[in-house]
Design a protein around this ligand. Sequence first.
Ligand code: 5RP
Length: 221
Amino acid sequence: MTQDELKALVGRAALDYVVPGTVVGVGTGSTVNHFIDALAGIKQQVLGAVSSSVKSTERLLAHGIRVFEAAEVERLPVYIDGADEIDPRGHMIKGGGAALTREKIVADLCDRFVCIADASKQVPVLGNYPLPVEVIPMAAAQVARRFAANYRAEATLREGVVTDNGNQILDVRGLRITDPLAMETELNQWPGIVTVGIFARHRARVCLLGTEQGVRTLTFD
Ligand code: 5RP
């Protein structure tokens, strides 16, 4: 199977986690696009979705799925989203699609984060994938220098990308994230960082992994 076929497999499998009669949290990316397309087939069963990006909102609306503002809901039973890397405890790197800030906001509303990913995203330790960090443009150079000084890591600006929130993305190479919660907590203190793409506080509770043998379901305590 191609990587896209594996993504489609888990996108469809995620329908099993949608709670009928509720609003579903919807992430961003090519894997989630498959989920949105599958959700269209059962759209009568849900009230609608809270979306984590303009792109996902457009796709949901094109399918006739109602999109709620985050402010309109207090809790979401489930949030379905992809990942760039996922470790054995459900910690993730996210933000390859530059949607990390809204993704973390929607993840914070949910009772259960269901990660959908092809098997290539499973790693023993996070950090091989460049860590996305959303920054206020004024602070981009300052934050990049701090990554070099504190972690000997190279942060480069994602050229031509402006987030849905009007900010910039730094991609940070050279990190080995053995304690994701500690690093997320530390980076959250740096002035100018809006959101760091480590999802440790908001880790996955379930991961549907697309493999050649079919969907593998991983659960994390
Ligand atoms: C977007 C994300 C995506 O979930 C992540 O980049 C995975 O994307 P894809 O499903 O296209 O592989 O975090 O900001």
